[in-house]
Design a protein around this ligand. Structure first.
Ligand code: PRP
Length: 214
């Protein structure tokens, strides 16, 4: 494939996107347009390198990549697991490190131990379901929440939560703790399967250059 075609990146909005652009800069990939933080523009272009970048809500990044609207996406492993899209995960970028955990009050440990039919609140119902049903073989009721999931056990909506733990301070400040670890998380690069075929050389070069500096 010729280098005339734009390679399009979908980046999860926020801290992850900033980190990604810092990393890309180290291998000579820059995007001047993106530096203007007051801009409301959604798509940024580097004409010289024939690259396009757009910022999207994290859960939408795998969707853009699956449909080929973006060739490459940068998003957390949590989102990749939850969205379960047809994309290739090609690189662990190492930042955004945290853990997906089952958390709750210490007393809920007993309920987990005895495989009781408990209520689990989570922003990640698919990850929670996979963990309890397929890994633990435990039947549970899953309640989808959209944020501040730690409230679940505090107001007795649920017995436990499945949520991201980074520093652990949200749990600590609310009298909750990690009861079980589901999996480690970090930022990953995902690629559209067709783009991988059509743009193999460019994508491989990018992945190798990133690997060298990681
Ligand atoms: C995330 C996560 C936890 C918290 C963990 O929430 O859902 O609540 O961060 O971080 P910590 O271990 O460093 O305290 P986020 O801030 O993304 O907001 P949300 O609760 O609305 O999802």
């Amino acid at each position: 494939m010729s280098d005339d075609r734009y390679l399009t990146f979908a980046l999860g909005k926020g801290r992850l996107a900033n980190k990604t652009m810092e990393l890309f800069e180290k291998i000579g990939i820059t995007c001047e347009e993106m530096r203007d933080k007051s801009s409301r523009k959604l798509i940024f272009v580097n004409e010289d390198l024939k690259l396009r970048f757009f910022l999207a809500k994290s859960p939408d990044v795998p969707t853009y990549v699956e449909y080929g609207a973006a060739d490459i996406g940068i998003v957390g492993k949590d989102t990749i697991l939850e969205e379960n899209r047809n994309v290739y995960e090609v690189l662990d970028l190492g930042y955004g490190k945290c853990r997906m955990c089952v958390c709750g009050p210490a007393s809920a440990g007993e309920l987990l131990l005895h495989h009781e039919r408990i209520r689990v609140a989570s922003k990640y119902p698919c990850i929670a379901k996979d963990y309890f049903y397929n890994k633990k073989h435990q039947t549970v009721d899953i309640i989808k929440l959209n944020g501040s999931v730690e409230l679940g056990p505090l107001v007795e909506l649920s017995d436990v939560i499945v949520d991201i733990v980074e520093t652990g301070s949200t749990l600590k400040e609310n009298g909750l703790e990690v009861l079980e670890e589901v999996c480690p998380l970090s930022a990953r690069m995902i690629v559209n399967p067709v783009s991988m075929q059509m743009e193999t050389a460019r994508i491989k070069r990018l992945v190798n250059e990133l690997k060298e500096i990681l």
